[in-house]
Design a protein around this ligand. Structure first.
Ligand SMILES: [Zn+2]
Length: 101
């Protein structure tokens, strides 16, 4: 349980990195994670990447503007568990779609 919690907690960090543009979605890779989890991180991260003129606005609570780093910190501090929730939902959706294909 503790290990799994630790592992899961990294997913919120990865999503925040993609969302804040620190890592481009297509460049996100991880040797430990399953393909569908990587895809879920990429998708959720891209959905949350909301910037105008170089400033970031949070689509979850509509606060902003943030710098790249500020937005990353905002997401990991305020929306940590929500990011995990979004990744979980996206993983479910991807698995469902791949079963139907
Ligand atoms: Zn927010």
């Amino acid at each position: 349980m503790a290990r799994r919690g630790l592992f899961k907690s990294r997913l919120a960090v990865y999503v925040a990195k993609v969302a804040s543009g620190m890592v481009r979605a297509e460049d996100f890779e991880n040797r430990v994670l399953a393909r569908h989890v990587i895809e879920a991180v990429r998708n959720v991260g891209s959905q949350l990447c909301n910037s105008r003129d170089g400033a970031f606005f949070c689509p979850i609570c509509s606060r902003g503007p943030f710098t790249k780093r500020g937005y990353y910190l905002h997401l990991t501090r305020l929306h940590y568990s929500y990011l995990l929730f979004l990744v979980d939902k996206e993983v479910e959706r991807i698995l469902k779609v791949s079963k139907m294909a």
